[in-house]
Design a protein around this ligand. Structure first.
Ligand SMILES: NC(=O)c1ccc[n+]([C@@H]2O[C@H](COP(=O)([O-])OP(=O)(O)OC[C@H]3O[C@@H](n4cnc5c(N)ncnc54)[C@H](O)[C@@H]3O)[C@@H](O)[C@H]2O)c1
Length: 392
């Protein structure tokens, strides 16, 4: 069988993931890349495939009949344009999270997917991490009874490294870091509980980053570089205290899910450490993960049942590959979706629903914390896969 031929739009940091698709002896090859920055085109050929076709205009790449599937790793606000164009050009699409920066944009992507007859996957690689899969298995096995509460604390100690020194820090590009960063977590909350969010209220502010520095100031050219705690030598060097920075660095989101689960998600970008701490409470016990120890703890309620017998600790196995081994697995799954019509672990609607939470939370946070009821998706969007049989 001929390998699936893949083109990539947006050749920055995340595009490194495409190395898992470049298997000249295997099921797929990465044969083309598009970016508006010529330096990125050179780096892409160096890193991935010296013979790849590269272009500054992604439309030229989409016009090529020898490309079967397109991977979108451009900035969030470009996802709608790139995904819709790729689907209309008859390509299967893998789009990075968040699906887009507006719910309307997500809906237009889903509409283009429906019309295209092609396969579509959202890059929710957290669903492929051993840690979160273990937690999902424990919950699905009924070990903690019926889930009633989810508490997520997200310590984004890399806030300055990845978010405030770059395009991510401006709402024009992201709407909010509750989409850019938390879209993974809203999705994991939905996945673990089997429920989508129906109501949201949020509070947040820019408590540390942002300020009155010029928008064109960079760390290497700054007079305060010797003393600034956020000085970075690269690759992301925009001043983290520049005027245009307008996305909250400290936020708390309250969610009510479809069947009554109460969830909270807290995100802070100036913590010393980087980790996600999930607690899921059911009627018969609770689980809690520790990313630093690579463990999940299961605590049972002392309710006079067999659950009294023990609490348990799950040691999470390490997996080869980036994002704790999730990236090679999600890449492999995309090929199975195309070749064998496999249901993606995260259906396209999941991308839309997590964006809907992020957008509603941003709106609530910016208008005094008022509760917002989410607009329901069209029923057809809830189908996990419209196109069953894979052809490429
Ligand atoms: N799932 C994950 O674990 C994960 C991790 C990191 C990033 N991401 C997602 O990947 C995407 C890219 O993030 P990144 O960190 O690589 O950003 P980046 O800034 O490093 O790369 C983006 C690239 O897109 C290019 N670009 C910008 N506008 C373009 C356009 N109109 N047409 C073509 N190319 C364009 C830029 O020149 C740049 O090379 C984001 O949506 C981000 O949320 C996902």
């Amino acid at each position: 069988m001929e390998p699936i031929r893949i083109g990539v739009i947006g050749l920055g940091w995340r595009s490194g993931v495409v190395r898992y698709w470049h298997q000249p002896e295997g099921r797929s090859v990465v044969v083309a890349g598009a970016d508006i920055d010529p330096v990125r085109l050179d780096k892409f050929r160096e890193r991935i495939n010296p013979d790849a076709y590269t272009t500054l205009d992604y439309r030229e790449m989409l016009a090529r009949p020898d490309i079967d599937a397109v991977v979108i790793t451009s900035p969030d606000h470009c996802h709608e344009e790139h995904a819709v164009a790729a689907l209309r050009a008859g390509k299967h699409v893998y789009c990075e999270k968040p699906l887009h920066i507006t719910v309307e944009g997500c809906d237009r992507i889903l509409e283009a997917w429906r019309e295209s007859g092609k396969h579509f996957m959202i890059g929710f690689n957290m669903r492929y991490m051993n840690m979160y899969r273990t937690m999902k298995e424990i919950i699905d096995a009924g070990e903690i009874g019926e889930v009633k509460a989810v508490w997520v604390r997200h310590f984004v100690g890399l806030g300055s490294d990845y978010y405030y020194h770059s395009w991510h820090a401006n709402s024009r590009n992201t709407t909010s870091l509750l989409l850019q960063k938390a879209s993974h977590d809203f999705d994991i909350i939905h996945w673990l509980t089997g429920q989508y969010t129906r109501k949201v209220a949020a509070f947040g502010a820019l408590d540390y980053f942002g300020g009155d520095k010029p928008n064109d100031l960079t760390c290497p050219t700054c007079d305060e570089r010797a003393t600034c705690p956020e000085f970075r030598s690269g690759p992301l060097v925009k001043c983290a205290f520049r005027r245009e920075v307008d996305v909250e660095d400290n936020s708390t989101v309250l969610m009510e899910l479809d069947r009554g689960v109460k969830a909270t998600y807290m995100q802070c970008h100036f913590t010393p450490d980087y980790q996600r701490n999930y607690t899921i409470i059911g009627t018969e016990g609770r689980i809690e993960n520790s990313e630093t120890e690579n463990r999940v703890y299961l605590k049972s309620r002392r309710s006079g049942t067999w659950r009294d017998l023990s609490d348990r600790i799950y040691e999470i196995k390490a997996s080869e590959g980036t994002h704790n081994g999730a990236d090679p697995k999600i890449c492999n799954d995309f090929l199975d979706v195309i070749l064998h019509g496999k249901e993606p672990i995260a259906p396209p609607i999941a991308g839309r629903m997590s964006v809907a939470v992020g957008c509603a939370a941003a709106e609530s946070m910016r208008s005094g914390g008022q509760p917002i009821v989410l607009q329901k998706p069209e029923p057809w969007m809830l189908a996990s896969s419209i196109h069953k049989v894979g052809q490429h």
